[in-house]
Design a protein around this ligand. Structure first.
Ligand code: COA
Length: 252
């Protein structure tokens, strides 16, 4: 286990776990967490042994209750904040993670909390989940991708109702919206996320990364270009399979 101030990072086999770890503040996202997240995502991207990642929140009450409002009230002016963000932007880094990321969501998942979850590939929620984006009511808008990632997952009208009318979802609604893949009893949340992770980790890592890339990059491309991307990725895997087959024969 490695030491971060606001996160716990563990690796077991090919499965890495990142735990948002400020339970006394419902894991609210502060500047230190942004820096820790930037570090840990960089480490994950560079680590070929990591095949899949699980994001979760420490404590009973929340995955993450959004931006740290106490810190936010004393925030630096926007220009300074933007400069820092340019240098250490975990949200941009999330988009570069080649391994699949699973979010295990419980309790409050608000603001930056749901924006982290929206950067993940598979979301599993426990029955007590409460998901919302209160930013507009606070006179701001989500700035960690939420206005772009949320409508891509739940559609424009549902995203706008959540954003503009501060509609919070429970687990059943989040499932109906397609925001979470499944909802499980709270005591089965981590076990379920780990089972999904194990299943992913048991497949060829290059095939897993290629499939993620085909879907994630392909979704932002016109169909013809998406099909071309798929062809290139499939051909790359075909070459690798042929090579290992040949090497297997010569090694015999
Ligand atoms: N930033 C900083 N601290 C936060 C926080 C946040 N976003 N959310 C919760 N906390 C802190 C509380 O200040 C409290 O700390 P304290 O014990 O030192 O007073 C602790 O976490 C527990 O929160 P509390 O409000 O007592 O829990 P609750 O169960 O009564 O309410 C919420 C839970 C999530 C409804 C409530 O904390 C809340 O509305 N938080 C702010 C959500 C928000 O607007 N986030 C920003 C999105 S941009």
């Amino acid at each position: 286990m490695s030491a971060f101030k606001t996160l716990m990072y563990e690796k077991k086999g090919g499965i890495a776990s990142v735990t948002l770890n400020r339970p006394e503040a419902l894991n609210a996202f502060n500047v230190q967490m942004r820096d820790d997240l930037y570090e840990v995502l960089g480490a994950i991207i560079d680590d070929p042994d990591v095949r899949v990642v699980i994001f979760k929140g420490a404590g009973e009450k929340a995955f993450c209750a959004g931006a740290d409002l106490k810190e936010f009230l004393g925030a630096p002016p926007p220009v300074a904040a933007r400069q820092v963000r340019f240098r250490r932007d975990p949200w941009g880094l999330f988009q570069k993670v080649p391994q699949p990321i699973i979010a295990a969501l419980h309790g409050y998942v608000l603001g930056s909390g749901i924006e982290i979850a929206l950067c993940c590939d598979i979301r599993i929620a426990s029955e007590d989940v409460r998901i919302g984006l209160p930013e507009v009511g606070l006179g701001i808008i989500p700035a960690a991708g939420g206005t772009q990632t949320l409508p891509r997952i739940v559609g424009r009208a549902r995203a706008l109702e959540m954003l503009l009318a501060n509609r919070w979802l429970d687990g059943e609604e989040a499932f109906r919206f397609g925001l979470v893949n499944r909802v499980v009893a709270k005591d089965r949340l981590l076990e379920t996320a780990e089972k999904v992770a194990e299943s992913i980790a048991s497949s060829d890592p290059l095939a897993v990364r290629s499939a993620k890339q085909a879907v994630v990059r392909g979704m932002d491309l016109p169909l013809a270009e998406g099909l071309d991307l798929e062809r290139r990725l499939a051909a790359g895997l075909g070459r690798k399979t042929a090579r290992s087959h040949k090497e297997g024969k010569t090694n015999r």
